[in-house]
Design a binder for this molecule. Structure first.
Ligand code: ATP
Ligand code: MG
Ligand code: FE
Length: 342
């Protein structure tokens, strides 16, 4: 079977064709980085317009790349949330129109489920249940993934997502947008021990994450830098190390609480970070667990992961009045934590 996947929840317009044999037949991503760069972050209205202009030709090109037409596709999967609602609506409405015109099933995919299942696209041996660290632009969660559609949230952030903290640190250091990869690059030239920064909630009995205090401390460190004891690279390195220490401490705690799992898995845009991947590999090693991380191109937003979630959900046929959802928690039973981090 082959599924056409569509992603438009943030600032990547993407389409992909993926088979149940885990083959990505074709994949196209139109990044909007240039359009948002002058504003230092994603502007929702600009994003929605760009998706509307680009998505249909992008889908046509993706089908052409694979030498296919809609008739060759078994289902159409699109992100139906969570995300910037204008963009989600463009992708979902397009998918509905294609499904209606071609008489194929529509599969409405939770973007976070796309991230959560993406490691299984790359690694056929990855079995349920696994402990997932989902670190992205809008989320920082530890999830016990028990099966498709079965997610138990063990921890979430009580304030900022880690990707957000990377992006704000980048902005503060004048590294531009998008920030994560730029901070990682600069951190390689810095000394992680130079700038003392807090590790919020490390050692806490509470399971959650917090990055707002770290972000403020980075800001204070930048202001104090005129004294000249450290460089921007030292700030980047110290920030990244503090973030890693938080991730490792919280993930270790979750491993102790989750019961037996088949693997430690990381996914989401921040999972593209090599230092974070290697620290998690070390943690998995000490627990005698396999560590699974998708290839970099599957970490940041893409449509292959949405198509793959569609493959995992084949047989589903969502109605044409399925709503686009700005918020859509993977584990609806999880309590809101201080009103944040759904
Ligand atoms: P969500 O998936 O929560 O809705 P999103 O879709 O906007 O949010 P992703 O595309 O999954 O987020 O991830 C983007 C985030 O990943 C950005 O915050 C970006 O800075 C961060 N990121 C990307 N590459 C790296 C890296 N190498 N190191 C750290 N952060 C990174
Ligand atoms: Mg992006
Ligand atoms: Fe994402």
């Amino acid at each position: 079977s082959t599924v056409l996947g569509i992603e438009s929840s943030c600032d990547e317009t993407a389409a992909a064709l993926v088979t149940d044999g885990r083959v990505i037949l074709a994949q196209r991503i139109a990044s909007q980085d240039e359009a948002h760069r002058p504003f230092g972050g994603v502007v929702p209205e600009i994003a929605a317009r760009a998706h509307a202009e680009r998505l249909t030709p992008l889908i046509e090109a993706t089908l052409a790349d694979a030498g296919m037409t809609l008739a060759d596709v078994d289902a159409i999967a699109a992100t139906a949330g969570p995300g910037l609602i204008g963009g989600v609506m463009v992708g979902l409405v397009t998918a509905k129109a294609l499904a209606m015109a071609s008489d194929k099933p529509l599969i409405a995919v939770n973007h976070l489920e796309g991230h959560a299942l993406s490691p299984r696209l790359a690694d056929e041996t990855l079995a349920f249940p696994y402990l997932l660290l989902l670190v992205s632009g809008g989320h920082c969660q530890l999830l016990l993934v028990e099966g498709v559609g079965r997610y138990r949230r063990l921890a979430t952030t009580i304030d900022d997502a880690l990707g957000e903290a990377f992006d704000k640190t980048a902005k503060l250091l004048g590294l531009g947008y998008p920030g994560g990869p730029a901070v990682e690059r600069l951190a390689r030239e810095g000394d992680a021990k130079k700038v003392p920064l807090p590790r919020p909630l490390v050692g806490s009995a509470e399971p959650h994450f917090s990055f707002a205090g770290l972000k403020s401390a980075v800001m204070r460190a930048k202001v104090a830098m005129d004294a000249g004891q450290y460089t921007d690279a030292d700030i980047a390195a110290s920030f990244q190390q503090a973030a890693i220490d938080c991730l490792i401490d919280r993930t270790r705690r979750a491993l102790a609480a989750s019961g037996p799992v088949s693997a430690l898995v990381v996914a989401g845009g921040v999972a593209a970070n090599a230092a974070i991947r290697s620290a998690l590999q070390g943690l998995a090693d000490t627990h005698g667990l396999p560590f699974v991380a998708p290839p970099l191109a599957l970490c940041t937003d893409n449509a292959a992961m949405i198509a793959w979630a569609g493959i995992e959900r084949l047989g589903q046929n969502d109605p044409l009045d399925t709503p686009a959802r700005p918020r859509w928690p993977l584990d609806p039973s999880a309590e809101a934590v201080r009103g944040a981090g759904v």
